[in-house]
Design a protein around this ligand. Structure first.
Ligand code: FE2
Ligand code: FE2
Length: 176
């Protein structure tokens, strides 16, 4: 399997959970489970995608605008997901936010599978695309284990220029 197939597989799973979320009734308790499933798929996917795929694209000087646009859309989607989780706990109406999240992610996935994949296919060899897939799959369960705070820090570090990102990462690792 290569990185494109691995990313697409996650995208398809996320899309079908989002479809389910926007079609259930507003008072259906199954929403708690669906929102959690979306979070547990989306956050590890996004962090591993940034670390392995986006950062490799930046390393080979792919079009910066395309990659930064992707980072930005991750932040927007995650902000929507967080407000959805809060609303859900406080029993506010959550349907409109769920629809916004679905639309934002459908748009983001479409951008990734067209523009970003095209950029990557021009930049990476077949072997590189396969090794990226292994790295991506290995990183995802780690993100899930590490929890939310570390995750936000990683999102920010992933957006730094690579040589600064490595510095910041090593500071974090040496902390007692
Ligand atoms: Fe993705
Ligand atoms: Fe993404």
């Amino acid at each position: 399997m290569d990185i494109y197939q691995a990313l697409k597989k996650d995208h398809d799973e996320i899309k079908s959970l989002l479809d389910e979320l926007v079609t259930i009734r507003e008072d259906d308790d199954f929403r708690f489970i669906l929102i959690e499933q979306i979070r547990d798929l989306l956050i590890p996917h996004a962090r591993a995608e940034e670390s392995v795929f986006y950062n490799s694209l930046r390393a080979v000087n792919a079009d910066r605008k395309v990659v930064y646009h992707g980072f930005q859309e991750h932040m927007e989607a995650e902000a929507l997901l967080r407000s959805l989780q809060v609303m859900d706990k406080m029993n506010f109406s959550w349907k409109a936010t769920a629809e916004k999240l679905r639309n934002a992610l459908l748009h983001h996935i479409e951008d990734e599978e067209t523009e970003i994949f095209a950029e990557a296919r021009a930049a990476f060899t077949k072997d590189e695309a396969e090794s990226m897939c292994d790295a991506f799959e290995q990183l995802k369960p780690k993100v899930l284990e590490e929890g939310f705070m570390k995750n936000t820090a990683d999102m920010i570090i992933n957006m730094m220029p690579p040589r600064l990102a490595d510095k910041i990462r090593s500071i974090g690792e040496n902390r007692p």
